[in-house]
Design a protein around this ligand. Structure first.
Ligand code: NDP
Length: 327
């Protein structure tokens, strides 16, 4: 496993990490969740990603239970949570990025995860109804109290991230270290263009999500609907309708052929493609089966297969190169 500093921070994060969205406490049994974490940890993964909203808190409970039964040293792994969507409550202060919700969500996550502190704490989305200064002050204070070590954002615009940094600079507070954006072959603009300046200026780290676009980039939907998969799950029709479209499938069929030609599999090539981008600190993997994770955890080996020539072929197939500003 390779490790990389999370942005300009001193924290080393494994380039592949493991997430729990839609799997822990929902799609998979707790024994499989435990097997996935064991395999990941054995292979050098040091970051496990979670959020208050994942299975309405159940994902954190499952992860906490597993962690409490391992004899892994606390300094050998990183755990995150994210606040914004709440854990199921519908009252006005049970979501968002107010001081009240951030503090209460942090306490609730720590309890469910059975931890004394969170390594990473994210603002899961921007909150247009809370001043960014209130959020920055709260995150800074949570760090001062030892409840969290680093804080970051998820799906914030570059402008919002910079506003948080300006507040932090103004009052000498700790600003956001990392952003958690979607990044995969179909979803490129934010990571490749929008944030391009702030990697350099504030030293933004990225923990990217959905490297397989919810499984489509594994190639398993190439010949039609695959049963017992995320996109066949009840309640996730919105995700299926958004992603499982013929235009994407046509591209994945061509990419699958290319993966075979260069001697690898489609899921590994898709993840290696994300890792090839140096601004990706870590790619968060999702898995519903141990076999899937065994495969994707070796994706780092394939980065060297992605020569300039192969990258150009991928680019032609994808036909979605983001337009970059001329300066
Ligand atoms: P992916 O896009 O990689 O999708 C993972 C899913 O793809 C698996 O659950 C599995 O689904 C399928 N899969 C994985 N490996 C293989 C394989 N080798 N062969 C075939 N199918 C495979 O990642 P996720 O969407 O799960 O995102 C990863 C993590 O990112 C999440 O767990 C979460 O921690 C984080 N995240 C953060 C978000 C945010 O807003 N900040 C939003 C979403 C995710 P199946 O077997 O069911 O088909």
């Amino acid at each position: 496993m390779e490790y990389k500093n999370l942005g300009k921070s001193g924290l080393k994060v494994s380039r592949l990490s493991l997430g729990s969205w839609l799997t822990f406490g929902k799609q998979i049994g707790n024994n499989i969740a435990a097997d996935l974490m064991d395999l990941a940890y054995d292979k050098g993964v040091n970051f496990f990603d979670n959020a208050e909203i994942y299975s309405k808190g159940e994902s954190e409970r499952v992860m906490g239970e597993i962690l409490s039964k391992r004899d892994w040293r606390r300094d050998s792994y990183i755990v995150s949570s994210k606040a914004f969507f709440g854990d199921g409550g519908e009252l006005p202060n049970q979501r968002g990025l107010s001081r009240k919700h951030l503090v209460e969500a942090c306490e609730a996550a720590l309890k469910r995860l059975k931890l004394d502190y969170l390594d990473l704490y994210y603002c899961h989305r921007p909150d247009k109804e809370t001043p960014i200064s209130e959020t920055v002050w709260t995150m800074h204070n949570l760090i001062q109290q030892g409840k969290i070590l680093y804080w970051g954002t998820s799906e914030w615009s570059a402008q919002e991230i910079m506003e948080a940094h300006m507040v932090a600079q103004q009052y000498n507070l700790i600003g956001p270290t990392m952003e958690q954006p979607q990044y995969n072959m179909f979803h490129r603009d934010k990571v490749e263009v929008e944030y391009s300046q702030i990697y350099k200026t504030v030293g933004l780290g990225t923990t990217i999500w959905s490297p397989l676009a919810s499984g489509i980039l594994s190639g398993k939907y190439n010949d039609g609907m695959a049963e017992k998969t995320r996109l066949s799950m009840e309640g996730l029709e919105w995700l299926k309708d958004k992603n499982l479209v013929e235009e994407n499938l046509e591209k994945v069929r061509k990419l699958t052929k290319l993966a075979q030609e260069i001697g690898t599999s489609m899921p590994k090539m898709a993840i290696a493609w994300c890792l090839k981008n140096e601004n990706v600190s870590t790619a968060i993997l999702g898995a519903s089966k141990v076999d899937q994770l065994s495969e994707t955890l070796t994706a780092m080996d394939d980065v060297q297969l992605l020569t300039q020539e192969v990258m150009e072929k991928i680019s032609v197939i994808l036909d979605n190169e983001p337009s970059r500003p001329a300066f």
